[in-house]
Ligand binder design. Structure first.
Ligand code: SAH
Ligand code: SF4
Length: 400
């Protein structure tokens, strides 16, 4: 536990943190921003210009105060601060792994009177040539994949597009990735000319993004806007357990990269691992993949395959995997299973994973095994949320 730096704000359990008050502009789409400005009486002819100004300050510069906006007149700044804030959701815990992976628990204020506010997780994974932010699309998940811890969580709601965008704004701020900020020089952040600490986004946190299509689509518009957060759509990947009818609209509407949580090569097994398969079997899923727009050797679909001991890890299954994916520009990510308390699965032995990966490699697929990152802080796939609460409780007991 020596490598674990936890920051526990005193306010965490101290009742409602977010009183109803002025609305934050951080996370809004261009249309929502225009609507907000219209509501405070900004003239129609000025709207485009004002939205462009705010957009630049909020998303390009990461402004936290209206007073930083020097090209906005003093009276406008006053008007804005009378009605709005630039508040971001609160980071209630930050954990930094020995491998540089960072995990944040982010407390989202209530979206309506019934909502108590949600706590979601967001993970940053630095590599030498890129930094990947793993964002959540829902609180919990309505699907019940048997190997995934998130699927056991009861509370489920969609995140708004604002909450999805806020995860990147918070991450950039925490890392020091906005202009004028200094990122920590600790050897963990990617470096090179024009390289941003967060260069890639994967929708692989909590939730099924294609069950929250509209909000995910709107968020992607903001994340990829060249005047603001500026992430290339080729560096945004949406991962789905296989919501087949939403795959063509994703390609048309958002045009991002696609990842499929495949995990099995036979319907009878996939029916138990990913129950959604009963509705959308492997054949339909792969047909949708074949038709995904813009595929080429440079733009491949990622197929994720979690390695479960004695369940889906035989050489015959590796060969079948390669056969199934024939003709689809594909990458294969073999993910060592991350165990969680109460699970009936175990991770395949290393030898078995190597044999599986050799078969996949010999069929022409490069670098197939995804090394688990941030294991010491429980930031790896499928370990999100409730495990964190256990760690916190333990840390509290130990007086850390
Ligand atoms: N719901 C979407 C995206 C979030 S899950 C989806 O299922 O694709 C992100 C990835 O983590 C998926 O490939 C999922 O199958 C995988 N995963 C879930 N639990 C895991 C575990 N315990 N160990 C390893 N990978 C896991
Ligand atoms: Fe939901 Fe994905 Fe977990 Fe399945 S693997 S329960 S779809 S988050």
């Amino acid at each position: 536990m020596a490598s674990l730096h936890q920051m526990e704000p005193a306010s965490r359990d101290a009742g409602p943190v977010f009183a109803a008050g002025p609305m934050t502009l951080v996370g809004l789409t261009r249309d929502e921003l225009a609507e907000a400005l219209r509501a405070i009486g900004i003239a129609e002819r000025e709207l485009r210009m004002r939205v462009a100004q705010l957009w630049h300050w909020i998303y390009f510069r990461g402004a936290t105060e209206f007073d930083q906006m020097l090209n906005v007149s003093k009276s406008q700044r006053l008007l804005l601060s009378d009605h709005f804030t630039l508040a971001r959701p609160e980071v209630t815990s930050e954990q930094i792994s020995t491998d540089g992976t960072r995990k944040w628990l982010i407390r989202m204020p209530p979206v309506d009177a019934r909502d108590k506010g949600a706590e979601i997780e967001c993970v940053y994974i630095p590599e030498s040539d890129r930094g990947t932010l793993c964002v959540s699309s829902q609180v919990g998940c309505t699907l019940t994949c048997t190997f995934c811890h998130t699927g056991t969580q009861k509370l489920v709601r969609n995140l708004t597009s604002r909450e999805i965008v806020q995860q990147l704004v918070v991450a950039r701020h925490q890392i020091g990735d906005f202009p004028g900020q200094t990122p920590p020089d600790n050897g963990f952040l990617p470096s090179g000319e024009g390289v941003r600490a967060v260069s890639n986004i994967v929708f692989m946190g909590m939730g099924e993004p294609l069950f929250n299509f509209d909000n995910v689509g709107a968020a992607i518009d903001v994340l990829s806007d060249g005047d603001g957060l500026s992430l290339s759509k080729r560096r945004i990947t949406v991962s789905t357990s296989g919501v087949v009818p939403e795959i063509p609209p994703l390609g048309e509407r958002a045009g991002t990269m696609l990842a499929i949580s495949l995990h099995a090569v036979r319907d009878d097994l996939r029916d138990t691992l990913v129950p959604l398969n009963k509705k959308y079997p492997i054949r339909d899923l792969l047909d949708a993949c074949r038709a995904y727009p813009g595929l080429s050797n440079a733009r491949r679909i990622t197929f994720e395959y979690v390695m479960l001991k004695g369940v889906n890890d035989s050489p015959a299954e590796a060969r079948e995997l390669v056969r199934l994916l024939k003709g689809i520009p594909a990458k294969i990510n073999l993910i060592p299973f991350n165990p969680w308390p109460g699970t009936k699965y175990e991770c395949s032995d290393w030898d078995t994973i190597e044999k599986f990966s050799d078969i996949v490699f010999n069929a022409g697929y490069a670098s197939p095994v995804r090394t688990p990152r941030g294991r010491d802080i429980l930031a790896a796939c499928g370990q999100l949320k409730s495990e964190t609460e256990k760690v916190r409780a333990r840390a509290r007991m130990m007086g850390e």
